[in-house]
Design a binder for this molecule. Sequence first.
Ligand code: NAI
Length: 449
Amino acid sequence: MTPPLAIPSNSPRAVAASISPSSPQTLHDRLRKRDSITAIRQPKVLHPVDNEDLKLLILENISQDAVRAFQAHGFHTKIPQYHAIGIRSKTKITERVIKAAQKLLVIGCFCIGTNQVDLVTAGKAGIPVFNSPFSNSRSVAELVVSEMIALSRQLVERSHEMRQGIWNKQSKGCWEVRGKTLGIIGYGHIGSQLSVLAEALGMRVIFYDVINIMPLGSARQVNNLPTLLAEADFVTLHVPELPETINMIGPQELAQMKIGSYLINNARGRVVDIPALIEALQSNHLAGAAIDVYPQEPGSNGAPFDDQVNAWSSTLRSLSNVILTPHIGGSTEEAQRMIGEEVSLALSRYLNYGSTLGAVNFPEVDLRAITAEQGNHVRVCYVHSNQPGVLKQVNEVLSPYNVEKQYSDSKGDVAYLLADIADVSPQDVNKLREMINHTNANILTRLLA
Ligand code: NAI
């Protein structure tokens, strides 16, 4: 990690600490928190000193809110000579694309995942990639609430019967969720939201997570998975797909679940061993299940979900009291809008102010805004290789000037430094950029004023 230089009393270091990348907040939360603790005055809108208009390429039918947000920040969209690209999950940004896009400064993934982008090549080319990993947490949590009630009231079966013209009024095997125990596996963004909603329904909440987490409300963390499985009436999964979470619910774990309990998986398809789940449902050990994610998922709407996609598909579809949905946990208008707002904000803040808060492949660096009163200030955005001696070189270039604040960090091979320099004359700006560009670690330098 490249250490920061002299840190003034109004240091951004304290600010950076308070917005640590590991804190479980959205970019909006983190910026709001930062702004509230640094008493920012009216920020000045910065522009690249070469005065070239920044152009954005927006692909894959991204929310119009995002397009409007960019236009409000003064950017042109849908122009081929682009400095920024906005994509969703289907557009691949490969090494070849990155190398061909000579002017590209930043990539925005208006979705959760970033697998479609070659993150390492982008980082090495000085291009940060932003996404919106947590904008749909609430949508998933609400879906789980609806699934718990639907399963325990056998809603899907009753509705199916009515559509076939069958009247089958019954209460046997139908339950209220009030007073039942919900077991949450993975108490992150979604799991913790769900915890609050479930308690509001009068449920008892226990959770299992690999890290110790402060429980919300009256929820209780349990020490191990078997304890959760033995106590819960509803077990719901909210873990990422990792080598250790693949098939984390298999025959043994299903056998540890209470007779008549329910399993809900809105996390990732390979977290549950589905043939084992089918057996647990067929033997009536489980009273029902809701599945939103599958080991193999069809690539487009209208494509079949049959035994060629997953060998057990028709058996699973034939079981009663099983809710099957096509990976819609996070698919709401609200989530799409929040993704649009969050990613467009992150891209605009990078282009206008050099901030990489929320970038997935880049060191996260931010400085307080330059205010309108700070006349001839220039912000240096210096993306460079993470190699010994680089700060000495760049600070020799900056040393004749008044460096008001500076912060740098590194991630893997890429390091990033932001520095605000006071009283730089217009003649000096080009000289300064030339000299920084000639440091041997330089990847991409932008000057904003
Ligand atoms: P998160 O990263 O905020 O939380 C995940 C939690 O799981 C963390 O607290 C972590 O410590 C815990 N964890 C990791 N490994 C574990 C293990 N072996 N045992 C127990 N706990 C473990 O993630 P978030 O946002 O809550 O998402 C959870 C899952 O939901 C992810 O797999 C995500 O892909 C999926 N998801 C599905 C959606 C859908 O449409 N169905 C939409 C959004 C997310």
